[in-house]
Design a protein around this ligand. Sequence first.
Ligand code: SAH
Ligand code: SF4
Ligand code: F3S
Length: 469
Amino acid sequence: MSTAASKKLFIKTWGCQMNVYDSGRMADILAPLGYALTDSAEGADMVILNTCHIREKATEKVFSDLGRLRPLKEAKAGAAKAEDEPMIVAVAGCVAQAEGEEIARRAPWVDLVFGPQTYHQLPEMVARAHRQAGRPLVNTDFPVESKFDHLPGEAGTQGASAFLSVQEGCDKFCTFCVVPYTRGAEYSRDAAGILAEARRLTATGAREITLLGQNVNAFHGEGPDGSVWGLARLIRALAEIDGLERIRYTTSHPRDMDDDLIAAHRDVPQLMPFLHLPVQSGSDRILAAMNRKHDGDTYRRVIDRLRAARPDLALSSDFIVGFPGETDRDFADTLKLVTEIGFAQAYSFKYSARPGTPAAALDDQLPEAAKDDRLQALQQLLWAQQGAFNQGMVGRVIPVLLDRPGRRPGQLQGRSPWMQSVHLQAPAHLLGTIQPVRIIDAKQLSLTGTADLVAPDLVAPHLVSEEAA
Ligand code: SAH
Ligand code: SF4
Ligand code: F3S
């Protein structure tokens, strides 16, 4: 028994939800080798930095973290007893994929560098890293076999809200974006594997599942009957799973919002009325230069149809300001689109030139100061829309999935159907359940509610957790 769960694994995750999912799966793969998660790099037997390459800052943060890990690794080696193995430092994710050799050169104390499509090979990689200490092992292949066919079922219990990767990679090649290079070509898992994973997640406590993919609505997986299923078909099948009360999906591309998926927003009550649909810009000229394959009006029409299908649908989006050649007028078109549509929340970024992408080679790059001004103006508008959206909840009674303990004793936190964070006083045994909550206050980023509507008989006994007792 001495080896079981005797090693400490620390994983730090940057980037998108896909990376969060991948980190969870890496922990699952390493568990049978005796690794259990810990919350600090200090004293860990293995540290994995699961990285993001989307903007420049993300990459630099990885190198500065690696700098901090070096003395920890040396300290552990210095203190090692004869039977101890040295600390393994690994870089995973999209920076690893894009800059594997550069990492090996700049940080030669790293043991392992592996991309998003090879982490199912972790047991072999760890064994090899122990054997060949001294030079980083770099594995940035895109293997022919899919990692999904080689992952174990998740270990242990599950939070009320779970992620499930259904699609990976991207063939869209927006001119600013590294994802098609770091994650590779578009690939959909088969539906049977996804449904099995969803059933396992639900059986171990998940009430909400968010389907993940870089281009999740381009999903076209093989169905159990051999036909090709789109995302809508998959969602309808997931909605049949007992106990799965909420379904979400992210991130979508406006071009892949097909009729069937729009209809699913009308027909499937479990599909939550919140959609993250990145538009990037409101200027047709810039959208064309970005190779987004849609213009502003196409986006507006998709939103109109979605809202007709599900009138309470709230929207979120991503924006890039300061793309090469963006004029004041182009930027004004972005503000106009935001004003017309109205977003419940959104992410906005300054354009960051990424090595190897077509937009990085354009000459008309904007000065940093212009990007700063535009970002501030856009964020101010989006901020006001978000505040107003949250304010509109005050006085309403809404269903909240209580998925986390609160910061103070006696508190729980949860999510509204529209992805708002909700704080309330509530007994711990309600954790993992959906409860009606009256919203009494709204802040910029969260809502406060009262659980005085919570009736004890709404609580299913099997959901009462041991800790709560
Ligand atoms: N697949 C998704 C999002 C991928 S990346 C989509 O199609 O939209 C998440 C967000 O990061 C993007 O929507 C974009 O707004 C932003 N982003 C990507 N590359 C960027 C870059 N080079 N500079 C600034 N923001 C970028
Ligand atoms: Fe990147 Fe565009 Fe693909 Fe999204 S659709 S991942 S922004 S290339
Ligand atoms: Fe970042 Fe890779 Fe996700 S670049 S956003 S971690 S797909």
